[in-house]
Structure formats: structure tokens, C-alpha cells
Design a protein around this ligand. Structure first.
Ligand code: FAD
Ligand code: NDP
Length: 427
């Protein structure tokens, strides 16, 4: 025997929290909605884990960053779910799903049935073992995906004051954690295979500005190589890392951010998978009409690019969640999900936003200096398709967002570089 719900959200991360809020806004009755999550806490704003959570002074701690901070007057604490008649099943992993029978089986042996299922299982951090390096279960090797990872990292930081950190990976986790480690007075060396940081988004010019700033803060960069092995003490703590290029780096703490894989395994063979994610249509509906997918795990049509994409950022998690709930509850009134990809990051005093697609020819603009406003436009087939801005005001970010969505034709690329941000205002 088990319980039955009209709506079940599988996963309790960012997308789940925003979906829950949308359900209550559209009117869900007591006992109709259940969220089942492996995490022991109610949905929270995951971005806080690499930023406020790691601060040496007054670090952010739950309940301060439960979803949906900034979106709702009230944070969605366990009390909020209770008051709204939403069943929150926490600390419970779903072991299997039978899409045909519309049931989930939990690790506690309970069967939960649904009329509509929303998959919000997000992603898992890639492990070094998947690249042939053993030993990443040592207590001072830290990945960062969930609260327990963040607690482990915060503890490792505390016991490494004035010590050495090696950060593996030059993506979002690498850059944000390196900044947090520096703020915690730890010496940082970053190691990654590419020629510059944030290789999938930053141009060499943009990357070099941030890297120079990191260097000025004492960070060393070792590029074009990867980790090959760890060295351990008798307590199985890592004491050093060895790199493919022969470098040997002492380490009190190692932070690994080498990308993620979406959690699709429960659905392989049951739903269509594309680009590593669960394929959904413009209503976030999967190949089974009772099953929707949102957030990092969903591969959805990005109308603006005419392509299927899987994105790994909070804005798409939040918006895809709202859209799926709208499509389930008011199918006739819900149009196509028309999403403009949006990414952002904050490190030290820097703060940037990016809209669109970083493909094609690049034109830089502005003053490439710390504390100044600068950016880049990407032009593909004569149209503006991507915009990056560092240090902008809210109004300026909105301006580049609006301009990028319109994909305006660009006739004079040089002129675009000269007028820079003002161009977006004229679109
Ligand atoms: P998640 O938030 O990962 O949630 C997935 C949930 O599903 C988890 O609760 C997980 O435990 C649960 N789950 C998975 N499998 C099962 C199962 N079998 N049974 C039960 N539960 C299960 N994006 C930005 O745009 N800006 C940022 O500044 C930013 N910072 C980030 C910082 C960090 C440290 C991390 C890790 C990510 C950051 N991101 C950021 C990315 C952003 O957090 C993700 O895109 C977002 O969390 C995706 O939401 P989601 O709900 O799809 O997945
Ligand atoms: P990213 O994909 O951003 O970066 C991974 C980095 O690790 C890349 O530079 C990648 O290189 C490199 N890499 C891959 N394999 C190896 C290896 N064997 N050794 C060393 N480096 C390697 O992933 P992250 O782990 O940084 O972030 C995880 C997730 O969290 C992402 O979904 C990200 O979007 C999200 N996140 C987002 C934030 C934001 O939006 N502000 C902040 C923090 C996290 P290559 O490109 O060659 O594969």
C-alpha cells in the first residue's frame, strides 16, 4: 500500500521550490501535491552554497536561503509547505519509477502514485574517479552540489586557515570557490585543462581580466593540465596532488568542480533522452504525457535558437518550473516556453550577467578594468545573439536582455564595439 497524489515533484531543489510556489498561486488543495527529495531539508537557493555559505563572517545558513528568496514575501520553509497542505517527503531517495503505472518506489519501501509527475532531479557532480583518479572520498577533497557538500567544504576551510588549496576545474564552481577560499585567507592554485577560465563562455580577453584580478589576490593558475593522483597521510587525508605536467602541489584542501551529469537514470528506457537530459516539448512535457521535466535535468526547445538545449542555471530552473505547472494546471492558456538563456556570477566585487548564446563573432566594449563596466556582444549570421555585461546597473542588464531577445541585425560590427552598451538602448 502507499499514498496517492495528484501531483508529485521528484527532487527537492531550486526547480521544485519554484514549482511548489506556482502550484499554490494557481490553487492546489490540501493533500494534492507531494515533493519527494533525497535532501534532508526543504528546497533552497543552491547558488548560496558557493557564495554566502562560504563567507568567513556571518555565513548564510538555512533557513535564510530557502526558495523562493526574492520572489515571494515569505520563504518556503517546512512550515510554509505544511500551511499550504503540501506533503514534503525529505531525506528519501526514489529508487525506481514506473512511468506506465504512474508510481514511484522510495528507499523506505513506500509506493507513491501520481496523476502528474514533475521530474526535478537536477544533476550530480562528476567525480574524479570517472577520469581515472582515485581517492576523492578523502575528507579534505570537496565537491559542491548540495548542503552536505557545502558543510564539508566549510569545515575543510576552517581547518585550512593560511594553508593551501588546489581547485580543480576552471568553470563556475572553480571560479566561485577560489574567490571564497581567498576571502578565507587560503592560498589557492587553480588547475584546469583549458587555455583560460570559464572557457565555454568567456572570451580570452574577458578571462584574462578576471584571471589578472585573481592573480593579484594571490591565486596561481596552472593551465592545460589535469590532476593525475593524490598523496595521502596515514589518516587518509590528502596532503598533495600530482598533475599530468609533473607539478606536485601541497594541499590542505582540494575543491573539485569538473562539471555535472543530469540525474536521468530512473527514466532511461522509459522516457526519451536527448543531449543528456529528459527531452520535453515547449510545455515541459516529456515523451509520456503525464510526466514533465524541469531545471537542469530537462532538455527543452529554446525557440529563440531553434534548438534543443539543456541548461544548468537557476533562472531556467525557476522559469521552466513555473511554465510546467502552468501547462499542467491550465493547458489551454499556456503557450510555448519562450526562454532567453540567462547566466550570472558574482566573485569578489565582480558581478556579471550573460543573455543568449555565446556563439559567432565577438565584439568587446567598455573599459576592461576592475570596477568599470565592460562587456561583449556575440554576432551570428549578422544578428546579435549573445550579450555579456560586467558591472552593469539593473536597468542596463534589462536593456541588454531585451536587445538580445530581439536578435537585431548588426550591419557595422566595428561601430557596435565603439558604441558598446548604448547600442542595446537603441534596439
Ligand atoms: P537541483 O537544485 O540540483 O535539485 C535536484 C534535487 O533532486 C535535489 O534536491 C536532489 O537531492 C534531488 N534528487 C535527485 N535524485 C533524486 C532521487 N532519486 N530521489 C529523490 N531526490 C532526488 N546557477 C546560476 O544561475 N547562478 C548561480 O550563481 C549558481 N550558483 C550555483 C552554485 C552551486 C554551488 C551549484 C551547485 C549550482 C549553482 N547554480 C547556479 C546552478 C543552479 O543551482 C542549478 O541550475 C539549479 O539548482 C538547478 O535546479 P534543479 O531543481 O533542476 O536541480
Ligand atoms: P562547469 O561545467 O562550469 O566547469 C567544469 C570545468 O572543469 C571546466 O573548466 C571543464 O573543462 C573542467 N574539467 C572537466 N574535466 C576536468 C578534469 N578531469 N580535470 C580538470 N578540469 C576538468 O562545471 P562546474 O563543476 O564548475 O559547475 C557545476 C554546475 O554548477 C554547473 O552546472 C554550473 O552551471 C553550476 N554552477 C553555476 C554557477 C553560476 O551559474 N554562477 C555557480 C556554480 C555552479 P571542459 O570545459 O574542457 O570540460
Amino acid at each position: 500500500m502507499g499514498r496517492a497524489f495528484v501531483y508529485v515533484i521528484l527532487g527537492g531543489g531550486v526547480a521544485a521550490g519554484y514549482a511548489a510556489l506556482e502550484f499554490t498561486r494557481r490553487g492546489v488543495s490540501e493533500g494534492e501535491l507531494c515533493i519527494i527529495s533525497e535532501e534532508p531539508v526543504a528546497p533552497y537557493e543552491r547558488p548560496a552554497l558557493s557564495k554566502g555559505f562560504l563567507l568567513p563572517e556571518s555565513p548564510a545558513r538555512l533557513p535564510s536561503f530557502h526558495t523562493c528568496v526574492g520572489e515571494n514575501d515569505e520563504k518556503l520553509t517546512p512550515k510554509w509547505y505544511k500551511e499550504h497542505g503540501i506533503e514534503l517527503v525529505l531525506g528519501t531517495r526514489v529508487k525506481s519509477v514506473d512511468v506506465r503505472r504512474k508510481t514511484l518506489l522510495s528507499s523506505t519501501g513506500e509506493t507513491i502514485s501520481y496523476k502528474f509527475l514533475i521530474i526535478a532531479t537536477g544533476a550530480r557532480a562528476l567525480k574524479l574517479e570517472e577520469f581515472g583518479v582515485e581517492g576523492s572520498d578523502a575528507e579534505n577533497v570537496c565537491y559542491l552540489r548540495d548542503l552536505s557538500d557545502a558543510n564539508r567544504l566549510a569545515t575543510a576551510i576552517q581547518s585550512s586557515a593560511n594553508g593551501n588549496a588546489v581547485v580543480i576545474g576552471g568553470g563556475y564552481i572553480g571560479m566561485e570557490c577560489a574567490a571564497s577560499l581567498v576571502i578565507n585567507k587560503i592560498n589557492v592554485t587553480m588547475v584546469f585543462p583549458e587555455a583560460h577560465c570559464m572557457a565555454r563562455l568567456f572570451t580570452p580577453k574577458i578571462a584574462s581580466l578576471y584571471e589578472d584580478y585573481y592573480r593579484a589576490k594571490g591565486v596561481e593558475f596552472i593551465k592545460g593540465t589535469v590532476l593525475t593522483s593524490f598523496e595521502f597521510d596515514s589518516n587518509k587525508k590528502v596532503t598533495a596532488v600530482n598533475l599530468k605536467d609533473g607539478n606536485h602541489l601541497p594541499a590542505d584542501v582540494v575543491v573539485v568542480g569538473i562539471g555535472i551529469r543530469p540525474n536521468t537514470s530512473l527514466f532511461e528506457g522509459q522516457l526519451t533522452i536527448e543531449k543528456g537530459g529528459i527531452k520535453v516539448n515547449s510545455k515541459m512535457q516529456s515523451s509520456d504525457s503525464s510526466v514533465y521535466a524541469i531545471g537542469d535535468v530537462a532538455t527543452f526547445p529554446v525557440k529563440l535558437f531553434g534548438e534543443m538545449r539543456r541548461l544548468e542555471h537557476v533562472d531556467s530552473a525557476r522559469k521552466s518550473a513555473r511554465h510546467a505547472v502552468s501547462a499542467i494546471m491550465e493547458p489551454e492558456k499556456t503557450g510555448e516556453f519562450d526562454y532567453l538563456p540567462f547566466f550570472y556570477s558574482r566573485v569578489f566585487a565582480f558581478s556579471w550577467q550573460f543573455y543568449g548564446d555565446p556563439v559567432g563573432e565577438v565584439v568587446h566594449f567598455g573599459e576592461f578594468e576592475e570596477g568599470k563596466t565592460f562587456g561583449a556582444y556575440w554576432i551570428k549570421k549578422g544578428h546579435l545573439v549573445g550579450s555579456f555585461l560586467e558591472g552593469g546597473s539593473q536597468e542596463e542588464y534589462e536593456t541588454i536582455s531585451k536587445a538580445t531577445r530581439l536578435k537585431p541585425a548588426v550591419t557595422d560590427v566595428e561601430e557596435l564595439g565603439r558604441v558598446g552598451l548604448e547600442y542595446a538602448e537603441t534596439v
